[in-house]
Design a protein around this ligand. Structure first.
Ligand code: NAP
Length: 237
């Protein structure tokens, strides 16, 4: 039996990933910073709700303790994320001219420091799994090669904080993958998906977006590690 934790899984891509992995037979811990929302979402799926705010040390520590006491963890999906530079109608309103250190800090607090906080707390549990897997939900906007290439759709994106945070997620992925060669640790780009994150302006459904997250969560011990993937294959850093 595979046990999987997904952060920020009360809605959006995380929720859809939880649904798919429950269907695939995983025991799924559905992480949610709001306990009530988590409980409601978990009940709909037959998952286990776990309160987990990635910006809160005590919350993450308590979640790791609870999962450990229940038997441990095989798969960690770092999915929780924010994109503060995007307004409620999907327009990016904080570009280079408007960016403040506070916006940058808040974005990194969830997308980067939150991810590291969760990794630090759960790595000892993953280390005891026979086939440990980590999926870091990144973005094509975190690819320096794509954002700098005028022929790609990502080139036109004016925000700074979110792409920078996802570039950091990519580096975290590469360095952890080298440090823990027995684990499969990869970054994934779900593609532009209609969720609350972008006021549902994304082109894809959550079913399409979750595809690569679900696939990399199920990668075997002989699968890739330290890479960046979308549904079509490998992405450039
Ligand atoms: P979403 O529907 O807004 O879901 C984001 C999830 O993260 C929510 O459950 C949210 O919880 C949670 N979250 C935010 N801050 C948190 C914190 N401090 N602790 C724990 N959970 C927290 O967005 P989504 O599109 O599914 O995003 C999921 C991931 O995919 C993100 O990492 C995002 O950057 C990435 N991504 C999305 C797209 C896209 O087009 N949608 C493209 C590329 C990458 P609340 O409900 O409590 O706010």
């Amino acid at each position: 039996m595979t046990t999987t934790l997904i952060t920020g899984a009360n809605k959006g891509l995380g929720f859809e990933t939880a649904r798919r992995l429950v269907a695939a037979g995983h025991t799924v811990y559905l992480g949610s910073r709001d306990a009530e929302r988590g409980l409601r979402a978990a009940e709909r799926l037959g998952a286990r709700a776990i309160q987990l705010d990635v910006t809160d040390d005590a919350s993450v520590r308590a979640a790791a303790k609870a999962v450990e006491a229940d038997g441990g963890l095989d798969v960690l999906i770092n999915n929780a994320g924010v994109q503060e530079e995007m307004r409620d109608d999907g327009v990016v309103v904080i570009g280079a001219a408007e960016l403040t250190a506070d916006v940058m800090r808040r974005t990194f607090e969830t997308n980067v420091f939150g991810m590291v906080r969760v990794l630090h707390a759960f790595l000892p549990l993953l280390g005891r799994s026979a086939a440990p897997v980590v999926v870091n939900v990144s973005s094509g906007l975190g690819s320096l090669s794509l954002v700098a290439a005028p022929e790609t759709p990502t080139y036109a994106y004016p925000g700074v904080a979110y792409p920078a945070s996802k570039a950091a997620v990519n580096m975290v992925t590469v360095q952890y993958a080298k440090a823990f060669p027995k684990m499969r640790i990869n970054a994934v780009e779900p593609g532009f998906t209609a969720t609350d994150l972008n006021a549902h302006t994304g082109f894809q459904s959550v079913e399409q977006g979750a595809e690569i997250i679900v696939r990399m969560a199920q990668v075997g011990a002989d699968g890739p590690t330290g890479g960046s993937f979308d549904a079509k294959g490998t992405l450039p850093w």
